[in-house]
Design a protein around this ligand. Structure first.
Ligand code: NAD
Ligand code: FE2
Length: 360
């Protein structure tokens, strides 16, 4: 039996934030990070909704902590909004989702992503950090009511954010496609998202703004796929490394993905080969498809100036060795392991860690 639900209304296109004015917003709480508060974008968008009253929770930092979400939850309870608007990347959206969830408010949650990456605007996930470990909360009540994909917000997206977010999209799509809970609907979303992001990312990174709406929609489609199909080993290790070392999430996926594909190809070679063909890569035999997929992702990683190892991302082999036990333990406990196509073992996580550490 399979179940697919898509409770989020998705409004997309240039100028899509103007749809807020028809949403009858009364008391509006905007959750954002300092960047969008200080540059006036949060205020401009909020004023477009013509609320009766507006308040701003604007301290969201990358990889939001449980403490920050608790502070935000208190802000929801004090202000009693009827609408919570999350503006920013995965961090602002996850923080807002957790605030709505823990406060128990019935407020409508509107998510406006400003990166093309996390897919958080349509997922049942919110990732919070506690004691150096990233904990994915997973619950259908975390899913936003509305997602507004406004490509105008991407005009000034810095290239490193395009690269980091882009590899998050590719990883969501691939992990969802090979995941244990994948089905026909998530397959269609995952394959299209993978092929689109793969084709458009180099152009978007090189500054072609017309490529960005396509990558933005691919990020949302990959989110719709993985929230139903699940993720896998790459995300489990990325969460544990991210909690420990605070390297951007998509960058960690870029480092880990080729090594994870090698481990999972034992049972998922046909699926990886199909994804490679969907992206236009050659290779009729599954083994050739997997090889081409890995090598092409490694080439794309280089083209987007992303690191290939943890050393290149600024983490020394000694730091990895020192934390290897806690990183392995956290990755093994991560819910993303449950849907990996190959049962995840401690040995497998240690092997991947050794492969991506690099030489200092
Ligand atoms: N909930 C989910 O389903 C899900 C899925 C994947 C990742 N995540 C989480 O999302 C977080 C990563 O999110 P992210 O990659 O979107 O980055 P982010 O939200 O952490 O933002 C990173 C930085 O980019 C800046 N930024 C964002 N948009 C910008 C823009 N348009 N122009 C200039 N600067 C901008 C922010 O101010 C911030 O400093 C991680 O914590 C990750 O674990 C959540
Ligand atoms: Fe991710």
């Amino acid at each position: 039996m399979q179940c697919f639900s898509c409770g989020t209304q998705i409004i997309s296109g240039s100028g899509a934030v103007s749809s807020l004015k028809s949403m009858a917003v009364g008391r509006l709480l905007v959750v954002t990070d300092p960047f969008f508060y200080q540059n006036g974008t949060a205020r401009r968008i909020a004023e477009g909704a013509a609320p009766a009253a507006a308040e701003y929770f604007h301290k969201v930092a990358p990889d939001p902590s449980v403490t920050l979400a608790a502070e935000g939850t208190a802000a929801v309870q004090a202000f009693q909004p009827d609408t919570v608007l999350a503006l920013g990347g995965g961090s602002a959206m996850d923080c807002a989702k957790a605030m709505v969830y823990f406060s128990g408010t019935k407020a409508k949650l509107i998510a406006i992503p400003t990166t093309s990456g996390s897919g958080s605007e349509v997922t049942d996930f919110a990732i919070l950090t506690y004691n150096g470990v990233k904990h994915p909360l997973v619950d259908a009540r975390l899913r936003p009511d509305v997602a507004i994909l406004d490509s105008d917000l991407l005009a000034e997206l810095p290239p490193p954010l395009i690269a980091d977010g882009g590899f998050d999209v590719l990883t969501h799509a691939l992990e969802a496609y090979v995941a244990r809970n994948a089905g026909a609907i998530t397959d269609a979303l995952a394959l299209d998202a993978f092929a689109t992001a793969f084709r458009l990312l180099p152009q978007s990174y090189a500054g072609k703004r017309s490529a960005r709406p396509g990558v933005h929609l691919a990020a949302t489609m990959a989110g719709m796929a993985f929230t139903q199909a699940g993720l896998g080993l790459c995300h489990a290790i990325a969460h544990s490394l991210g909690g420990e070392f605070h390297i951007p999430h998509g960058r960690l996926n870029a480092i880990l993905l080729p090594a994870v594909i090698s481990r999972n190809a034992v049972t998922a070679a046909d699926r990886y080969a199909a994804a490679a063909r969907a992206a236009g890569l050659e290779g009729r035999a599954d083994s050739v498809g997997v090889r081409n997929l890995r090598s092409t992702l490694i080439r794309l990683r280089r083209e987007l100036n992303l690191p290939a190892t943890l050393v290149q991302a600024g983490i020394s082999p000694a730091q990895v060795r020192q934390k290897a036990d806690s990183i392995t333990k956290a990755a093994l406990a991560d819910p993303c392991c449950a849907t990996n196509p190959v049962p995840v073992t401690e040995g497998m996580i240690r092997e991947v860690l050794a492969e991506v550490t690099g030489h200092g």
